[in-house]
Design a protein around this ligand. Structure first.
Ligand SMILES: C[S@@+](CC[C@H](N)C(=O)[O-])C[C@H]1O[C@@H](n2cnc3c(N)ncnc32)[C@H](O)[C@@H]1O
Length: 250
């Protein structure tokens, strides 16, 4: 999943890419944003893609910097949100050491740190850390490894219990092709490796970049987002990503 992968999604983004904003059933991410927002503060959206969070961020903050390494996606965002006059756009690769020096009050980063390469994730986290001022906040949304494994359990459980004569086998929405790096949290979704995090791993990782985790919550989705032919009766808990609010303390 490199820049080229994302560049190619610019015209099909809405149909192909999972919309976290739209699927956040309880609006937990927006309430995390509200906790740190102020019309006196600056914010950046790291990995903004076509800008789905910009209409939420723009009225709550003094200024917004929308950052993405895919120029076609960034241009789509800029075209769509011309009316948001406090938003600026910047084409930066956050998996390279940033030349720019920023000191944002807050950064939102939603499902952008997905690479399976440890070194690239380390640079991304480092860029996040150095762009946020002391006592500023990071709101990070990231795939949950617990949820990925729990979903596999649910699929298996349904298939064991289903009435074999009448009901169709339950299937995941994405083919899990290569599980050889599952111990590292790497889950291949439709042949694309995605890093997933354990809650404790996330807290420790953020700590090593100078962040104190203030809260970790579930961004809950419906079963239909994970299971193609999900039976209506499937119970809670639902599949989730993690949302973390972390304070820059060092
Ligand atoms: C799954 S999309 C999420 C988009 C958006 N945050 C949202 O919630 O709708 C991931 C985005 O992160 C961007 N991204 C991934 N790696 C990046 C990097 N190294 N530098 C800047 N943007 C990056 C991609 O180009 C893509 O637009």
């Amino acid at each position: 999943m490199d820049r080229n992968y994302w560049d190619k999604k610019s015209k099909t983004y809405n149909t192909e890419i999972f919309d976290v904003n739209k699927n956040d059933k309880t609006r937990i991410i927006e309430s995390c944003i509200n906790e740190v927002a102020s019309p006196k503060k600056t914010v950046a959206d790291f990995g903004c893609a076509i800008g789905k969070w910009l209409p939420i961020l723009s009225p709550k903050f003094k200024s917004v910097l929308a950052v993405d390494y895919s120029l076609p996606l960034l241009q789509e965002a800029e075209k769509k949100y011309k009316a948001l006059t406090n938003v600026q756009y910047k084409n930066i690769d956050l998996m390279r050491n940033m030349k720019e020096a920023y000191a944002f009050d807050a950064v939102l980063c939603v499902n952008a740190i997905l690479t399976d390469e440890y070194a690239k994730r380390a640079i991304f986290f480092n860029n996040l850390a150095k762009s946020i001022k002391k006592n500023g906040h990071l709101i990070l949304v990231i795939p949950s490894l617990e949820s990925a494994l729990y979903t596999e359990f649910m699929i298996d459980d349904c298939n064991r219990k289903r009435d074999r004569t009448s009901s169709e086998k339950i299937k995941s929405t994405s083919a899990k092709t290569d599980n050889s790096r599952l111990h590292l949290g790497i889950v291949a979704l439709d042949k694309v490796p995605h890093k997933h995090y354990l809650k404790e791993e996330l807290i420790i990782t953020l700590g090593s970049y100078g962040f104190k985790t203030e809260k970790v919550e579930k961004v809950e989705y419906t079963w239909a987002t994970e299971i193609a032919n999900a039976p209506k009766s499937l119970p809670a808990p639902y599949p989730w990503d993690w949302v973390v609010v972390a304070k820059k303390v060092k």
